[in-house]
Design a protein around this ligand. Sequence first.
Ligand code: FAD
Length: 390
Amino acid sequence: MMKSEYDIVVVGAGPAGSMAARFAAEKGVSVLVLEKDRDVGYPVRCGEAVSKAGIEEFIPSDPKFIATVINKFSFIAPDGSEVIVPLEEEGYILERRIFDYELAKTAAAAGAEILTRAYVNGLLFDGNKVNGVKFEYDGEQKEIKSKIVIAADGVESRVGRWAGLKTHIDFRDMESAVQITASNISVKPDTCYFYFGEEYAPQGYFWIFPKDSKTANIGLGVGGDMNRKKSALTYLNNFMKKNYPGASVLTRIAGGVPCVPTLDKIVAPGIMLAGDAARQVNPLSGGGIASGMIGGSIAGTVAAESVLMNKPEYVFEYEKRWNDRLGKRHLIFNRIKNGIYNFTDEQFNGIAHAALKLPEEKRTLGNIFKTALVNKPKLLIDVAKVFFTK
Ligand SMILES: Cc1cc2nc3c(=O)[nH]c(=O)nc-3n(C[C@H](O)[C@H](O)[C@H](O)COP(=O)(O)OP(=O)(O)OC[C@H]3O[C@@H](n4cnc5c(N)ncnc54)[C@H](O)[C@@H]3O)c2cc1C
């Protein structure tokens, strides 16, 4: 039975929302999660790639949500040169519909209440402070009061905007992504493939993330203004026609990936943004599962502390903790992205040829970026900061 008031209401039961709910509930405050879809974890709009360390901070690895274990990256240049990089630390391709579900179960186990088919369509205010949400559930319009609302409502987030936060980002920074899950193909299940160049994904990259030896998530993200000239789907269709003409397509999805540093302001009185809603995606890779969980966990912890101390202004501590943990690092990743995303095909070919000259044991991700940015000494310092320091 729903109460009429909660300490914290979380909007959205993706990785960020579930972790916000769990970390808040673990501190003993009352938490309600409202999710608009019928099922937590579905539909999936994700390539499902994540590092092992990224998830194990929050949930032990479990074969039920791991499709494949990845221990190599393969980078393919426009002229077909392939650079294989063994990973220092393994990664996974997840079954996100199960993974998100399991994360939500950890929030429920901590005491959070979760309601699906609950579509949040407005906020309640006390003066300029947010103090609850309006939502539709079972065909009825409802209201619930809360001391704090955590908006973890994904890339298309509207909740932050309702609270007056500036959530808009330039369309050029919103990667336009499209992906299919293709079957009846042949892939190495331990390798993620990344293709670069004009033919594959201008100002972005094309990926093949295997789910088993016959099935893979295949997709690409292109820079926002590139999508106007030729759609991301056209690139994908051309690739499939050329490389996997006999493939069966099991799912097709499209979506935006906000490849930008975190929003300047992710907190306002009574409200905090987490995950894609706060633009907490890694701007270089476009990965947002692990960083969304980190953002959500910090938001949930700080929100609960604010409630327990009865100090509403304490919510602003979240921005500081997020910036110390990942926000500042994302600024560096964004600079590296801006240094490489306009590379020509010739430059990508040159990087691949130089990387292939490295002895195999030196072909690490950090060294590949060092090779790529050898003519941009300022960015080499950034590469050193994120790849060579712990
Ligand atoms: C094509 C594509 C491929 C990607 N591949 C990867 C990858 O391989 N690895 C990776 O790490 N990241 C990837 N990402 C990014 C990743 O999917 C997101 O960063 C991640 O899901 C963000 O988690 P979140 O909890 O912030 O948001 P979401 O997972 O989007 O969850 C938001 C939730 O809020 C709910 N919601 C929204 N509005 C409302 C409302 N008004 N009321 C109630 N509920 C609402 C939604 O239904 C949803 O369940 C990819 C993204 C795309 C588009």
